[in-house]
Ligand binder design. Structure first.
Ligand code: ADP
Length: 489
């Protein structure tokens, strides 16, 4: 799966979990809101119920007060109840329309109250008239005996009070149920929120770690591969995930394969060239020697017959053939450089001392300083020092000629220096002198072939090291080159 899709997927899962979490919290908040609305309404219902009950009781008291005292002041409360109670019952019914049981109880209260009002009104009316005639007093007494004494009114009142108790009980029961539901839904939402939070954390952190680890591991492999390519090991790696990093890996592999092919091709060509140079220079040696011999024979056998002019010209030929031989030998040395040899323990101090002994004349003062014992291709190091020291001798004519050879140790390399106080080199030639056949003076002025520094440069290049010259005209020259450190095991 592509890395972008992996990241998108992880992000989507985290997002979905967060959305579910928020949605459950939202649903919960709706429930809380609904409950608060219910509680407010329930508060009104209980309050109304109390008021209604109180009004009915007050009406009953007013009725009894009037019958006992005949004081019409009691009738005010009674009439007040007559007006107020039906309004309160209707208002209460509106609040409980959704609850059939409560609605039905209110209907019952309404009917019972109506019955009681009929009963009470008859008694009040009869009481009012009782003073007007004996007949009316008799009717009132009869009514008092049959109705009040038989507790008709009290029975109705008891039934009303039972209905009120039932009504309130239902309201309180609903309230309790509601609050229980709320508590359990709080618990449920808390648990749900916790689960989603943990899941979001696990998915978020888990996917981040997974993606980071898998990406980092693969990037590390590729960095490794790039480092190996840089050191000439043209490795390829297999990255089987088919994503963006795989494309990068394929590009690296292609680059590595192409480089490998080109380098192999280049090495092959170089070898062919070396072989060609070797064969040609080897084959040229015989004819050059032949010319030299022929001239010698002519001088020996026909010396007396030759004109002075001719003798002069003939004398030039051995000089030129000698130079030709030098060039051929230089070319042979250059072509032979390809041969590989195994590094051996080399005492550089001893090696340099032997070279100095062989090539440096006595008039030179030679300073050798801090040369180490290293693991190196001895023959190649010898070639480098021989060429540099020979050049220092060749290009130093001053009276107090001196050569300084030293070494300093860098982290991964040794840095050697061969310095003279000779004729020096103009800065514009500092690069050119390392090219093959490049000399800065007349070819026959010195024993100059222009091969020595080319050989040195090639050896140093093959080791992936560097060489540079610090010099100015008549200011001496210092050749500084690095040499790889191979650990002595
Ligand atoms: P050769 O010495 O045979 O000419 P090299 O390749 O060794 O060939 O040197 C190339 C040229 O670099 C020389 O011809 C010379 O002009 C210049 N050169 C090399 N070493 C020195 C030196 N130590 N001082 C001055 N010039 C130098």
């Amino acid at each position: 799966m592509r890395i972008s899709i992996q990241i998108l997927l992880a992000f989507s899962i985290v997002l979905i979990l967060s959305i579910i979490d928020s949605a459950s919290n939202y649903v919960f908040s709706l429930k809380v809101e609904e409950n608060i609305t219910f509680l407010n309404k329930s508060q009104d219902v209980i309050r109304n119920s109390g008021r209604l009950n109180k009004s009915i009781i007050e009406m009953q008291s007013a009725f009894r007060g009037y019958l006992l005292t005949n004081d019409t002041i009691f009738l005010n409360d009674y009439n007040e109840g007559l007006r107020e109670i039906p309004v309160l019952i209707s208002a209460q019914q509106e609040l409980v329309t959704s609850n059939k049981k409560q609605f039905f109880i209110l209907q019952k209260i309404k009917a019972l109250h109506k019955q009681w009002v009929t009963y009470a009104t008859r008694l009040i009316e009869a009481s009012k008239k009782s003073t007007t005639s004996d007949e009316a007093l008799k009717t009132y007494n009869e009514l008092f005996k049959t109705q009040l004494r038989n507790k008709v009114g009290k029975n109705l009142n008891d039934q009303i009070s039972i209905q009120f108790t039932a009504f309130d009980r239902i309201e309180y029961k609903i309230r309790k149920q509601r609050s229980d539901n709320l508590v359990s839904s709080i618990d449920f939402t808390h648990t749900l929120s916790l689960i989603f939070f943990i899941l979001t954390l696990i998915v978020g952190i888990g996917s981040t770690i997974y993606i980071m680890r898998s990406i980092l591991r693969r990037i590390r492999t590729m960095v490794n591969q790039a480092s190996r390519i840089a050191t000439g090991d043209f490795a390829t790696v297999n990255d089987p995930y088919h994503d963006e990093l795989t494309s990068l890996s394929i590009s690296l592999n292609t680059m590595s394969t192409n480089l490998n092919r080109n380098i192999t091709e280049l090495e092959k060509r170089n070898q062919e060239l070396d072989k060609f140079a070797y064969v040609v220079s080897h084959d040229l040696k015989a004819p050059v020697r032949g010319i030299h011999n022929a001239v010698t024979w002519i001088e020996e056998d026909l010396g007396n017959e030759l004109s002075p002019e001719l003798k002069k010209y003939l004398a030039i030929i051995p000089q030129r053939t000698k130079r030709m031989e030098d060039l051929i030998n230089g070319l042979l040395d250059y072509a032979r450089l390809n041969t590989k040899s195994i590094p051996e323990k080399t005492d550089v101090n001893q090696l340099v001392s032997e070279i100095v002994e062989a090539v440096v004349p006595r008039k030179f003062v030679v300073h050798i300083e801090g040369l180490p014992v290293i693991l190196a291709d001895r023959l190649k190091l010898e070639q480098v020092f021989t060429n540099l020291i020979s050049n220092a001798v060749k290009y130093t004519q001053s009276e107090n000629a001196a050569i300084f050879i030293r070494c300093s140790e860098l982290q991964e390399y040794f840095e050697f220096s061969v310095k003279d106080n000779g004729i020096g080199i103009e800065p514009e030639y500092h690069e050119k002198i390392f090219e093959i056949f490049q000399t800065l003076r007349e070819k026959d002025e010195k024993e100059s072939t222009g091969i020595g520094l080319a050989i040195v440069k090639r050896i140093i290049d093959d080791l992936h090291c560097t060489i540079k010259v610090i010099s100015s005209l008549n200011g001496g020259s210092e050749f500084i080159f690095t040499w790889p450190k191979i650990k002595i095991q």
